[in-house]
Design a protein. Sequence first.
Length: 108
Amino acid sequence: MKKILFFFTSVTLLSLIDSQAAVYKGQRIFTKQCVSCHASAQELVASKTQAEWKVIMADKGKGLIAIHEKKAPDALKYLQSKKFARKSKHLAQFLNEYAKDSGKVPAF
């Protein structure tokens, strides 16, 4: 009985931990996917406030996709993928963490 209880408790805790966004994962995504096109990465991240990034990244990054449709169609393959949809919460957390009004500067 104790083993079953321990198993269910462990699975529940692991699922809760994995579902939360992580800034370091968002920074890794940004570095791999965005820096190649956005040469001044720090300026890009700090160009918007936390509220603006929240609107852009709402609904799994629909606003970000809309921006790239007009300006960078090459990036759309990744942005419209299931991988981006799954990991967009991490990117949103990273962008929010280092927004213009956060007072923090990311180290690349």
